[in-house]
Every structure is written in C-alpha cells, then in structure tokens.
Write a protein that binds this ligand. Structure first.
Ligand code: RNT
Ligand code: ZN
Length: 421
C-alpha cells in the first residue's frame, strides 16, 4: 500500500473519530498494551518435537488437513514464528507446549522434562525480546490413550501426569525468572467419557486431588502464574468432560489462580465476552484462548467476528487489559500455516483496536439515561466508521505490511521456504 495514501486516509479517519470524541492517536498508543501470546502449535498441527509421529500415539487433540510446508523441526518452527512476527504489528509473546522441548534426539518422557530441555527456547525468546508462556502437554501420549490423564483411575498414569504438571510449573517459574516477565502456565486435560459415565464425581475428585498435588509448590507470581482451562466436550469425550467450567471456575476461585476461558469450549450461544466481568469479580486474572469454534471443532483460525469483538470490547471498556492475558488457540492444517497465524492474530488485534475506537462514555451516558435507541444507533454507526484507515496507519507506524500486503509476502515465503521442506 502507498504510504502517503495511508497517511491521508488516517487524517480523514482521525477527524471522523474526533467528532465522536475518540482520539485515534491515543488509540494507537494504547494498542501497545495489547500483547498476544502466539501458540507455537499452529506451526506443526500440534505434532510436538518428541518423535516424528508423537501425535499419533494417543488422543486428545486433532488437527485436520495436510497443506504442505508444516514445520517438522524446532529450527523450522522458529523460522516460521520469526516470519510471522515480522508481519504482525505490536508486541507478542511465545506460548510453548511442553511437548516441544529441545530434546536433541534424546527420548525424554513427559515425567522427565527439565529446564535444560527448554533453555534454547528461553534463549530464543530473549533474543526476540519477547516473554514466554508454557503449557503442560497432557495429551498425544500413550498414557493418555484411554482418555484420562490427571483424573485417571490408573494410579500409575495419574501420578505420571501429576509429575509432568509439577515439572512444567517448575520450568515455567524458571522461564519467568530468566525472561523477567511472569510465565503463565496453563493446564488443560482432555479427560472425559465418550458415553454416559456412572462415576462423574469420582473422576472430578481425582482431578482435584491431582491438581492439588501438582500445584503443591508455590512460586512467586513474578515468575509464574497458574491457569486452568475448562472444556465442554471433545471428540471421544462427548458425554462428560471432567474439567468442566463449573469445576475449574471453582478451583480457580478457591486457589486464586487464573481461569482460562477458551471461547471454543462453551455452548454455542454462550459468550466468553460476557464471562470476563463475572470471573474477574472472583479471580485476579483471566487467561484467554481466543479461537473460532465451528460445529464440533473448537479451533478454527480466528476471524473478526462478534464473539471476538465482545471479548475485546469487554476488556477495553472496563480497563481490564492488565488483568486479562490474551493467548490464541487455533490450528488449521488445511491452509498456509504462516497465513493462519497472521490472519488470526491480526483479527484479534483488530478487535482490540475497534474496541478502543468506541466512544464508551457517550454510550454509557445513553444507557444510564435510558436512551437505548441512541445507544443502538451509535453502536450501528460505529460499524461503518473508517476503522481500516486507523489499522493501516498502525501497521505503517509499526513497519509491517498494511492492508493485503502481507498476502504476497507469505506467498513469497511459501515459495522460498515452505515448499522446499
Ligand atoms: C484443547 C484446548 C487446549 C489445546 C492446547 C493445545 O481443546 O483448547 O488449550 O488446544 O493446549
Ligand atoms: Zn484452549
């Protein structure tokens, strides 16, 4: 896109927003505060770096598609993430899963992982000038093949997963310490039952016990923070998920840890945007997995839709930016994966910018005066204000491609790098 045109369009947009009482320069400044944690697992369809076919050995997670070019080494993952970051305005973090340790060809089971296996990732983050978040990988493993991990009635398996989560938390604390920014450690388990179970309570009691054991060591909050992620159902766990929202919200409140809200993990008419102000009455911080659910899949590439918009608007309206950590959680193996990251992350960022371009105090005044027609009208008019001009200007300002320009850059990377793999 032409630089002068972007600047001209911005000046006009700035005037239009100013008429509504919105300062676009301040919005551009405030976008700095929105930091998105890039999930590493879109690089390779949640394969992991343990063995070439690790993901085939036990369920819990599923990616569909076989678009060429997926990363199959840590070096390729890093190259891809570096490329992605050159195409994104604003600041990001890395969100790494434990199964992506740098094991150097050694077979290290999940109950044996140590900081040393992640040191090269920490160094990479340091070199990139970004923070890092971490996740226990309680899936895609023979000990998860029967559908249970932390809530397993097989005591040996249960202890194996407790040990894994314990180690992941210790590694997280070291990550946060080394990088000087708290590492959010998220625990999600696929545990659940395909058909109607008898002992729902038994599994939930075991999950609580395991979490208590895995979280028995306290770490300073400047190093690491715990989050727990609920789910409604998964493939093969259609009838009951042990870690339901009720379960984890209770656990998070009781232990004052973060609740992770993945917007693909609720009934289709429930909105995570509506849950943020409820959860934050009871816990200090919330973690988000921003995604796009479609029918049975909870992990399509994020687009700028109403669900994501409500999430961003609720955070911005209430000044919750520092209390809500934003991560992404999608994996699409059927399209260019770099493109998936860039489209999905930009969509989330756009939602935040649109939220910031709202004259919230005017809308609030209308609402409190019972002027609901006026509130509705202004919300509708905002939809056709020149948001895109502000967005393009921000991209220009951040030295990343504006508008559609990233498409050709990704096509070029595909030709030069991805198709040669
Ligand atoms: C799965 C959860 C979980 C995973 C990642 C890989 O339904 O959303 O967050 O997607 O941990
Ligand atoms: Zn998730």
């Amino acid at each position: 896109m032409n630089k002068d045109r972007i600047e001209q369009a911005y000046e006009l947009a700035k005037e239009q927003y100013a008429e509504l009482g919105v300062n676009t320069d301040a919005v551009i400044e405030k976008m700095q505060e929105v930091v998105i944690s890039l999930h590493c697992w879109q690089t390779d369809d949640v394969g992991g770096a343990e063995t070439p076919d690790a993901h085939l050995s036990g369920g819990g997670i599923q990616a569909t598609g076989n678009y060429p070019g997926k990363a199959s080494t840590i070096a390729e993952m890093r190259a891809d993430l570096e490329k992605v970051m050159t195409l994104l305005p604003g600041k990001q973090r890395l969100n790494l899963h434990a199964m992506y340790g740098d094991f150097q060809g050694e077979k290290v089971d999940r109950d044996q992982i140590e900081v040393k296996h992640f040191q090269s990732w920490i160094n990479w983050c340091k070199a990139q000038g970004i923070g890092m978040d971490f996740n226990a990988s309680c899936f895609s493993h023979p000990r998860a093949a029967d559908g249970y991990t932390l809530s397993s009635k097989n005591e040996e398996n249960r202890q194996f997963w407790v040990e894994h989560v314990k180690r992941c938390r210790a590694i997280s604390a070291e990550i946060g310490k080394q990088l000087g920014t708290p590492c959010v450690h998220n625990t999600w388990v696929p545990d659940g039952s395909k058909d109607t179970p008898i002992d729902r309570n038994g599994y939930r009691t075991l999950l609580k016990k395991s979490l208590d054991e895995a979280m028995s060591v306290d770490y300073p909050k400047e190093y690491m923070k715990d989050a727990v992620e609920s789910k409604l159902f998964g493939i093969g766990a259609e009838s009951m998920t042990v870690g339901s929202h009720d379960f984890y919200l209770g656990y998070a409140i009781k232990n004052n840890i973060m609740i992770c809200l993945d917007n693909g993990h609720f009934h289709p008419t429930e909105q995570v945007g509506d849950k943020i102000s409820s959860c934050l009455q009871w816990v200090d911080e919330v973690l988000l997995h921003v995604t796009r659910p479609i029918r049975w899949d909870s992990d399509h590439v994020v687009t700028l839709n109403e669900d994501v918009q409500l999430i961003a608007s609720e955070i911005v309206r209430n000044n919750f930016i520092s209390r809500v950590k934003v991560g992404l959680d999608f994996f699409d193996a059927s399209i260019n994966r770099i493109g998936a990251y860039v489209v999905g992350t930009r969509a989330a960022q756009k939602a935040f910018m649109i939220a910031m371009l709202e004259p919230t105090s005017t809308l609030l005044k209308y609402e409190e005066a019972g002027q609901n027609f006026e509130r509705l009208a202004l919300l509708e008019e905002l939809k056709t204000k020149p948001f895109g001009a502000v967005w393009d200007y921000w991209c220009l300002h951040k030295n990343v491609p504006a508008g559609v320009d990233y498409i050709s850059e990704i096509q070029q990377y595909e030709r030069d790098v991805l198709l040669k793999r």
